[in-house]
Ligand binder design. Structure first.
Ligand code: 26V
Length: 837
């Protein structure tokens, strides 16, 4: 382990970090590109499709990141900044080249350099694979946070897992989702730096025991463990033109040389070497989330692996400044837990402080509770993490001891405060009793943290009154809200360059780091020249998306149609089914000649289903079947298109958001914690049709009710409606709805595949339907009709579109990160020394 003496033992830093930084002009970039392409990669001929082209461009850019990276580290050390470790099982980074060039300020120079070789930078961007190390909202949020923290000069380090296989690729075959592995590292990942010198060892298995030491203190030991090596790979995270480069540190598992020494000694050399897979499997694959696939042992190994390696790394750095004096640990560190996935960190920090550094329980607990902070990302009770006690005993016995001890002390606190309230004690216990006792990870996170936050105002309110009510009653001051955001560097500046230019030409480019400046667009909302230019940008973005749709699906759509888009993970609560019912309704209207005054519309639906989530997969099949019938009916041509967008991911959204007219945010009220796609669409001038759920509530407040298509039951209305919910009566009373159900139930969309819609239609008609799809059909169809009417008054729509962008300022992660910092982390910004260029 590194100590201060190690640091002073060397002879000093290499000159790189003090010398003037590399030039950023086209000549210098071209020279470096040529060096990497020819001398390092050993290539001579430039071919547009070659991965080496992309790699050489990355290396030229990386050189310029590298010096700033070193300068940032030095500044943090010198100022002895408090730091925040953002622990997340997911970082959905997407592609990095465009954003890194943008933030470094060398996009134009790089484009110029490459154009001299006859290469288009845009094609080089396209050669990059998405780093898809996440499922959806939660993982992409973590990626946006990193961009904003670097831009705000906040010393935040992301800790995650370097999965060999990220989010699976989705292929559609006969309407069904087929999953294919995402071998994103196949051609290498040129942004990362392996830092073997910071490897850590993580323990599993064995048994826990105690003994009394020379001074009469009880000591605990975790013996006979199987250890796995955690090797860090660092990815640079540049701020926007501020000289700061932060770090995303991704851990990769490797067998230690001592791994399975037993077998080795028993003479089975080949078995011993083969058994190394057991260690290396830990970071093999990202779990695609499905609440019904809980309790997978490998997943728990991933969680502990991340928590332990990251905390050991945090302590290593702290000790390089303070040796073994832990007195200031909590003043110098915050650890933000991205959902409960890394919540085992609460117990692991206790273990490290007590077992490894010999702190007494109370001091260790004090430090832990002043270091950890927890963010909740879901209200669905079935998504709350529970781990079998028996699995913990087998895999992490020492951590189970610690959790039991935390629980014993916590429960005694509860019973002192509420004497005799045994129900409350059972409700709040970290252990859910039963034939298979389970550990409630969310409760461990709450008890071990000084802050618990939700991700939108409504969500945070519902957490306090629902899921975490008892805890909010006990510690009201711990609970707070931090409404999500998205980074405008990726989600406007980089992905929508035409709109970015139009905006900057009018109001300057201050919005890139101060999104509230978009407010200045309000003044042009009624300016017909500006409106015209605004429409032209949207039209060109739609044409670009239309080309991609044709490529991916073979369906042609005119860019002049109304683009109605719902892209997100497929889940019943997100109600893609409601969207499909509406598509069938429009189809029916056109067929019966009742849609003459309707705007031609393209409905785009995209998203992945968890491989084990049968209903979500059935929804994909159903949408594809409806699409097939609609798109091959000559009567629908130029009137209605329904497209399922295959393999939706971050890069897809970068093309989709700039091209959307209407943003579908139609979850059952009270189910979507926040949503962040809603914000990306708004920023790019799409108008929302949505329920009062998650951050939609705040979006509507910001843009004004006239510029948002509201529909559906509210959170407050749902319980009373549920009590007497009768979907069959609702359908029977609504002729449009009845016709839609008739079409679907008659087999019109599955002539040769009977039963394909059965499960879905049954759930719509089910009085116990938790998502209450039927209850919202009429109000959804009415809101859609109103959206159509408003779109046909094109000036009016454009005004609405401009106002959406203009009022999206609040939904920048710059604002979100400022709030985390002001209320939770309290970090001082990194102060780069004056000499560093
Ligand atoms: C659960 C599981 C269960 C086991 C396997 C892997 C896995 C991965 C993720 C999850 C929970 C995901 C929760 C989530 O993504 N929540 C979303 O967070 C967004 C950012 O705060 C928010 O905008 C969305 O509304 C919310 O659904």
């Amino acid at each position: 382990m590194a100590t201060r003496s190690d640091k002073t033992a060397g002879v000093g830093d290499i000159e790189l970090l003090q010398a003037p930084n590399l030039p950023m002009d086209a000549d210098a970039i071209l020279k470096d590109f040529t060096h990497y392409f020819g001398r390092m990669l050993g290539r001579r001929t430039i071919r547009t499709k070659s991965p080496f082209l992309y790699q050489a461009v990355v290396f030229a850019a990386r050189d310029r990141l590298m010096e700033r990276w070193g300068q940032t580290r030095i500044a943090i050390e010198r100022n002895d900044n408090k730091r925040c470790a953002y622990l997340s099982l997911e970082f959905l980074m997407g592609r990095l080249l465009r954003n890194n060039l943008l933030n470094l300020g060398i996009e134009d120079a790089t484009g110029e350099a490459l154009s001299r070789l006859g290469i288009e930078l845009e094609n080089v961007y396209d050669r990059e694979m998405d780093a898809g190390l996440g499922n959806g909202g939660l993982g992409r949020l973590a990626a946006c946070f990193l961009d904003s923290c670097a831009t705000l000069s906040l010393p935040v380090i992301g800790y995650g897992i370097r999965y060999q296989y990220g989010m699976f690729h989705q292929r559609i075959e006969n309407g069904y989702q087929i999953e294919e592995p995402d071998a994103w590292l196949r051609e290498g990942f040129p942004w990362e730096i392996e830092r073997i010198e910071f490897a850590q060892s993580v323990r599993f298995g064995g048994y826990s025991t105690s003994y009394v030491d020379g001074q009469g203190n009880t000591r605990y030991e975790w013996r006979d463990t199987r250890n796995v090596l955690a090797i860090p790979f660092d990815v640079p995270i540049p701020g926007y033109r501020n000289g700061v480069v932060n770090t995303l540190r991704l851990w990769s598992a490797a067998a230690t040389d001592a791994f399975d020494l037993d077998e080795f000694n028993q003479g089975s050399y080949a078995d011993a070497v083969a058994a190394r897979n057991n260690a290396e499997n830990i970071t093999m694959v990202l779990y695609p989330n499905a609440a019904n696939e809980n309790g997978q042992e490998l997943r728990l190994r991933q969680q502990y692996f991340l928590a332990s390696a990251s905390l050991q790394d945090t302590i290593r750095y702290y000790r390089s400044q303070y040796d073994d004096d832990f007195g200031q640990f909590a003043e110098k560190n915050s650890v933000q837990l991205n959902d409960t996935h890394p919540a085992i960190a609460v117990a692991e920090l206790m273990r490290l402080l007590i077992d490894e550094y010999r702190l007494p329980w109370d001091r260790a607990w004090d430090i832990t509770r002043n270091t950890m902070a927890y963010t909740n990302h879901t209200l669905l009770p079935e998504a709350l993490e529970l781990w079998p006690v028996s699995m913990f005993r087998r895999l992490l016995p020492r951590l189970l001891d610690i959790i039991y001890e935390i629980n014993a002390r916590f429960i005694s606190e509860v019973s002192h405060r509420w004497p005799g309230d045994n129900d409350r004690v059972a409700r709040m216990s970290l252990i859910q009793e039963g034939s298979e006792p389970m550990i409630r990870m969310a409760y461990l996170a709450i008890v071990g943290s000084y802050s618990v936050n939700g991700v939108a105002a409504l969500h945070s309110t519902l957490l306090k009154s629902g899921l975490f009510r008892d805890f909010a009653e006990m510690w009201p001051a711990k609970f707070n809200n931090k409404t999500n955001g998205v980074t405008q560097r990726r989600w406007l500046a980089a992905c929508n360059p035409r709109l970015a230019r139009l905006i900057s030409d009018r109001i300057g480019d201050g919005w890139i780091t101060n999104l509230e400046e978009l407010q200045g667009l309000e003044a042009y909302a009624d300016d017909t020249d500006f409106q015209y230019a605004w429409r032209q940008v949207k039209l060109r973005n739609k044409a670009r998306l239309a080309r991609e749709l044709a490529l991916r699906t073979g369906v042609d759509v005119p860019a002049t149609m109304f683009f109605d888009v719902q892209v997100k993970r497929i889940h019943e609560y997100k109600r893609q089914v409601l969207n499909m019912l509406h598509a069938v309704h429009l189809y029916d209207l056109i067929r019966r000649g009742d849609a003459e005054d309707r705007m031609p519309r393209t409905i785009i639906i995209g998203g992945k289903a968890a491989p084990g989530y049968a209903m979500a997969k059935a929804i994909i099949k159903a949408i594809n079947n409806v699409a097939q019938v609609i798109n091959s009916d000559p009567a629908m041509e130029d009137r209605l298109r329904l497209i399922f967008y295959p393999d939706y991911n971050v890069s897809a959204m970068e093309m989709i958001a700039p091209a959307a007219d209407l943003s579908e945010q139609i979850s059952t009220a009270g189910k979507e914690a926040s949503g962040t796609g809603n914000m990306k669409f708004m920023m790019n001038g799409a108008v929302t049709i949505g329920t009062l759920d998650g951050a939609n509530v705040e979006i509507r407040e910001a843009v004004g009710e006239d510029n948002f298509f509201l529909f559906g039951l509210t959170v407050d209305e749902i319980p009373e409606r549920r009590a007497s919910y009768n979907p069959n009566a609702i359908i029977a009373a609504d002729p449009d709805f009845e016709r839609v159900m008739d079409l679907l139930e008659s087999g019109h969309f599955c002539r040769f595949e009977p039963g394909v819609f059965d499960a879905i239609l049954r759930s719509v008609r089910e009085p116990a339907d938790p998502w209450m799809t039927a209850a919202d059909f009429r109000s959804f169809a009415d809101a859609q009709r109103e959206a159509d009417r408003r779109y046909r008054e094109i000036g009016n729509w454009t005004r609405m579109s401009i106002l959406n962008t203009a009022n999206s300022g609040r939904f920048s992660t710059d604002r979100t990160m400022r709030e985390y910092n002001a209320d939770i982390w309290r970090l001082d910004p990194i102060e780069l020394s004056q000499e560093s260029p």
